[in-house]
Design a protein around this ligand. Structure first.
Ligand SMILES: [Mn+2]
Length: 312
């Protein structure tokens, strides 16, 4: 039997939450920035691939028995960044996010390579009328992203760029750093800057959730808003084959999803990005589905923060 409620062909998907309501308290922006990746690739394809994958996610969370149906997201589309270098894309990204994040609780950013993080954080600061001395940065990333900036901006130096901009190191926490994936020079820089560093072994030992709790507790004392960079390469490579920098021994997709919800629940978290997904490297849509679920978990965390998710 067919009826309007029939789910014989489709269901309500996370993609259906995206719309053009200017009063939505959440915004989404795609940043297809692919130039100057240290491993050349196609991170520019990620926003459209993740958008398609959202159609495969129901708005209903069986495990929590909660639904995302009451959330509204203003879809800011994808910024036109074709063939732009990170240096050229800096101002357009910062300006667009300053506009989109203005008077909004939470803005989700779909990269793009990791070079998006520096201008996106600048956009958040501008949207809130804050100097960098009032903004915190949490990264979930296998890498410090503290490469030197003397040969220009790339996806390996956004955190160095932010330090150069004046973001105090003791307002930065970095979780999931992998051994043999960073240099002593980078570790020394992080230590000298006062960055809170959580290498992968320590994360595995105490748990990702406890590490995030500790990192957020440290940041929330010092800042008004927190930006969170989710570099998908923090996940073990078999669960994120579309992340060029991912390695065996990373966090599980399961823990990554829980982390996204936990982080988005925090009242000071105002902007989150997901970056370093290269669909050209993906296998069987694994990374695309990880990225889509990341977005669902961010929305769930936000919904729990504001009691906007409802029992079904
Ligand atoms: Mn990174």
């Amino acid at each position: 039997m067919m009826s309007d409620q029939s789910e014989c062909r489709s269901w309500r998907s996370v993609a259906s939450l995206l719309g053009d309501d200017p009063h939505a308290s959440i915004a989404l922006l795609g940043l297809p920035l692919g130039e100057k990746s240290l491993t050349p690739g196609r991170c520019d394809l990620a926003p459209s691939v993740v958008r398609k994958a959202l159609l495969r996610l129901s708005t209903y969370d069986l495990e929590r028995d909660l639904s995302l149906d009451h959330l509204k997201i203003l879809d800011g589309g994808d910024l036109m960044l074709k063939a732009m270098s990170p240096a050229e894309a800096y101002q357009p990204i910062a300006d667009r996010l300053a506009e989109l994040a203005h008077k909004r609780d939470l803005t989700l950013v779909l990269g793009g390579n990791n070079a998006i993080t520096r201008p996106a954080l600048a956009g958040l600061a501008k949207a809130r009328g804050l100097g960098l001395d009032r903004v915190g940065l949490l990264t979930l990333d296998a890498h410090f992203d503290l490469r030197d900036t003397d040969c220009g901006l790339n996806n390996g130096n956004p955190v160095q760029g932010l330090l150069d901009d004046g973001l105090p190191g003791n307002q930065i926490a970095q979780i999931g750093l992998q051994p043999f994936a960073n240099t002593k020079r980078m570790a020394d820089k992080a230590r000298q800057a006062g960055i809170a560093v959580y290498p992968m072994a320590r994360v595995m030992e105490r748990g990702l959730a406890a590490s995030i709790d500790a990192a957020l507790a440290g940041l929330q004392e010092r800042v008004d808003v927190i930006y969170v960079d989710f570099d998908i390469d923090v996940i073990a490579r078999h669960e994120a084959p579309g992340a060029p920098g991912a390695r065996p021994g990373g966090v599980s997709a399961h823990d990554f999803f829980a982390a996204a919800c936990q982080i988005a629940r925090h009242p000071k978290v105002a902007m989150v990005d997901l970056c370093e997904f290269d669909p050209a490297l993906d296998m069987s849509d694994i990374t695309a589905l990880v990225a889509a679920r990341w977005m669902a978990e961010i929305l769930m965390g936000y919904g729990l923060r504001h009691r906007m998710v409802t029992d079904c």
